[in-house]
Design a protein around this ligand. Structure first.
Ligand code: AOF
Ligand code: ZN
Length: 344
C-alpha cells in the first residue's frame, strides 16, 4: 500500500478532479509483477494502467493492491472491476472506500468470488486524497494557506520588506506545494508589493477596487487568470484586458465575500486552491481553510509593528483562539515546515 501511495503521488497536481491512485500487482507467489497509476483525468485508472502491462493470463490467481476502491461504473473509462474480474485476480487489497456515491466496486468484486481486504493504511490513503474527499462529500473546493514567518510569526517588516524570510530550500518546497493545487489565490496588495509571477495553472487575484496594474504586473503576463472585484465598481473591467476573466463579487464589511468566491471556484471546476497572501487575506481566509502550510525560519524580528501572518481581529481571551491540529513537521535547510489542519 505504501508503494501504491508513492506511485499515486507521481501524478500529484495532474489528476483533478479525479483522485490520486496507484496500483501494485502480485503474482501467486506474492512477487510484484506490475505497477501502475492514474496519470491524468480521462486516462486509464491505476488498476487498468497496471494490468495492461501484463499478458492476459499473467495476473491469474494473483493479488491487486490499490489505495482506492476500484470503480464499478462507466465514466470516462470502463469499470476497473471488469478488468480485475476478467484477469482472474484472486484477492484485492484496498486502502479506502471510494466516497464517490456511484462507485460500488467492493460489492461487485466479492459477488464475483474475489477476496477483498479493505481499509489497509486507511488514514494515509485518506490523507493522500483529502482534496477528492472534500470535493465529493461537501461539493466544495479544498482550501489551503501557505505562509512563511519568523519565529515571532511575522511575514514582513512594517515597510513591507520580506525577501527573504526562509531559505532557498524552503522556497523550493513552496513551489512543489503549489504544483499540487489547481489554483493559487492572492490579493491585490501582494500583487502590488511583491509583484510575484506565480507560474501556475490558474491564478486568482482578489482586487476589490481594481487597483492592480493590469498592463504591467508580472502576474498578468500569463494565462488563466481570474480577478474578483467588488460589486460597487461601476466600470466594465473587461476593457483593461481581454485575457483576464473578471468576476464581480458581493462585498461584506467592506471586503470581498470569501464564501461567494470559494463557491464560485468550485463552479469553475477548481477543486483545490492555495492561498499565498499577506496577513489580512490569510487571516480572513482561515474561516474557510482546511489546511495550513507554515514555513518557519529561525529568525526573530522583535518588532510588534511588523506584519503578522494572520491579522484579522482583536481578541482578549485565549479561549477565543482558533484551534488547529498539527499534522507534520519537516525540515528544509535551516527552516521547518509545519502543516496543520483546522479543528472543526
Ligand atoms: C479507480 N482507479 O485510478 C481512479 C478512480 O471519469 P472516470 O472514468 O475517470 O472516473 C472517475 C471516478 O472514478 C472518480 O470520481 C473516482 O470515483 C474513480 N477514480 N477509480 O478505481 C483510479 N482514478
Ligand atoms: Zn477505475
Amino acid at each position: 500500500m505504501k508503494k501504491c501511495i508513492e506511485l499515486a503521488k507521481l501524478a500529484q497536481g495532474q489528476t483533478s478532479p479525479n483522485p490520486l491512485v496507484g496500483c501494485v500487482i502480485l503474482d501467486k507467489n506474492d512477487k510484484i509483477i506490475a505497477t501502475g497509476y492514474h496519470h491524468k483525468c480521462g486516462e486509464n485508472h491505476a488498476e487498468r494502467d497496471a494490468l495492461l502491462k501484463l499478458k492476459n493470463n499473467e495476473a491469474e490467481g494473483g493479488t491487486l493492491i490499490v489505495n482506492l476502491e476500484p470503480c464499478s461504473h462507466f465514466g470516462k473509462t470502463p469499470p476497473c472491476t471488469d478488468i480485475i474480474i476478467e484477469r482472474k485476480i484472486k484477492k484485492v487489497v484496498i486502502g479506502m472506500h471510494d466516497v464517490n456515491p456511484i462507485v460500488d466496486g467492493i460489492k461487485k468484486l466479492t459477488s464475483a468470488g474475489i477476496e477483498v481486504v479493505d481499509n489497509v493504511m486507511e488514514n494515509d490513503c485518506k490523507k493522500l486524497n483529502e482534496v477528492f474527499i472534500k470535493n465529493q462529500l461537501e461539493h466544495k473546493t479544498f482550501v489551503a494557506i501557505k505562509t512563511a514567518t519568523t519565529l515571532d510569526g511575522k511575514i514582513a517588516t512594517s515597510t513591507g520588506d520580506s525577501k527573504w524570510i526562509t531559505s532557498e530550500n524552503a522556497r523550493n518546497e513552496g513551489k512543489n506545494i503549489r504544483k499540487m493545487y489547481d489554483a493559487i489565490l492572492t490579493s491585490s496588495s501582494t500583487v502590488i508589493t511583491d509583484n510575484p509571477t506565480m507560474e501556475h495553472k490558474t491564478k486568482i487575484i482578489l482586487d476589490r477596487t481594481l487597483k492592480t496594474d493590469f498592463n504591467n504586473a508580472n502576474i498578468y503576463k500569463q494565462e488563466n487568470i481570474y480577478v474578483f472585484y467588488g460589486e460597487n465598481i461601476k466600470c466594465n473591467p473587461s476593457s483593461f484586458s481581454d485575457k483576464i476573466n473578471f468576476i464581480k463579487a458581493p462585498e461584506k464589511n467592506g471586503k470581498l465575500d470569501l464564501a461567494f468566491i470559494f463557491n464560485k471556484l468550485y463552479e469553475l471546476n477548481i477543486m483545490s486552491v492555495l492561498i499565498e497572501a499577506g496577513g489580512k487575506l490569510c487571516g480572513n481566509a482561515l474561516e474557510y481553510a482546511d489546511k495550513v502550510y507554515h514555513f518557519i525560519a529561525p529568525k526573530i524580528t522583535g518588532d510588534n509593528s511588523c506584519v503578522s501572518a494572520f491579522d484579522f481581529r482583536e481578541i482578549t481571551k485565549i479561549s477565543k483562539c482558533l484551534n488547529f491540529k498539527f499534522d507534520e513537521c519537516k525540515t528544509f535547510g535551516e527552516d521547518i515546515l509545519l502543516t496543520y489542519y483546522k479543528v472543526s
